[in-house]
Ligand binder design. Structure first.
Ligand SMILES: Cc1cn([C@H]2C[C@H](O)[C@@H](COP(=O)(O)OP(=O)(O)O[C@H]3O[C@H](C)C(=O)[C@H](O)[C@H]3O)O2)c(=O)[nH]c1=O
Length: 186
């Protein structure tokens, strides 16, 4: 089995480890295989994104509003990120709870639809992630990374860098988040 799967404290969020095949040339790993992922990630992907973030960059906390929410399978091609998912589904037993994982090459995080996603680059990092719905600018939304009602414990870094957009995001209580417990996770 080229993957191992571990459900985090919010069990809909899954940490995936890809098996690495090394030889004298270097190494190879599969990042996703539909049949192996079925039991944990019952979704298909329609878009793949790549972002490069210098050490200290924080992107998030983002989500796409219904009716086009995005599930995200996040991988690090190089570098190291502190990846965070926040349950924004009203009525969920883990509503407003956040979980995190430190991702390095070969470790991936499945963040379902209905969750906010963000990461802090602990090193210069190339992040490649698969999403379950295409980007829709009009549905692109988010909440402040430091919303006290959510209380994400971000690692402390010198010189935190956020986009102007992210600095201006609302608190959860003022946001447009429109997810309900029981909504699909894809
Ligand atoms: C996400 C996205 C963005 N764009 C354009 C829109 C902007 O002109 C430019 C940068 O977008 P943004 O500043 O929203 O990029 P990030 O801050 O990396 O946002 C992403 O980072 C967090 C961590 C996420 O989970 C989401 O995938 C996404 O919100 O790319 C596109 O053309 N297509 C896309 O799918």
């Amino acid at each position: 089995m080229p993957f191992t799967f571990k459900r985090l404290e919010v069990p809909e969020v899954v940490l995936v480890e890809a098996r690495q095949f090394s030889d004298e040339r270097g190494h190879f790993e599969e990042l996703y295989k539909r049949s192996d992922f079925r039991g944990y990630v019952p979704c298909d992907f329609v878009q793949v994104n790549h972002s490069f973030s210098r050490r200290g960059v924080l992107r998030g906390l983002h989500f796409q509003l219904k009716p086009v929410p995005q599930g995200k399978l996040v991988s690090v091609v190089s570098g190291r990120i502190y990846d965070v998912a926040v349950d924004l589904r009203r009525g969920s037993p883990s509503y407003k709870r956040w979980v995190s994982a430190e991702l390095t090459p070969g470790k991936l995080l499945w963040v379902p639809a209905g969750f906010a996603h963000g990461f802090l680059a602990l090193e210069d990092s190339h992040v490649v992630y698969f999403v379950t719905r295409e980007f829709s600018k009009e549905h692109d939304s988010g909440i402040r990374y430091d919303d006290p009602e959510v209380g994400v414990e971000w690692p402390r870094v010198e010189g935190l860098v956020l986009s102007e957009k992210d600095r201006g995001l609302p608190l959860l209580r003022d946001s447009k988040a429109n997810f309900e417990y029981g909504d699909g996770l894809c």
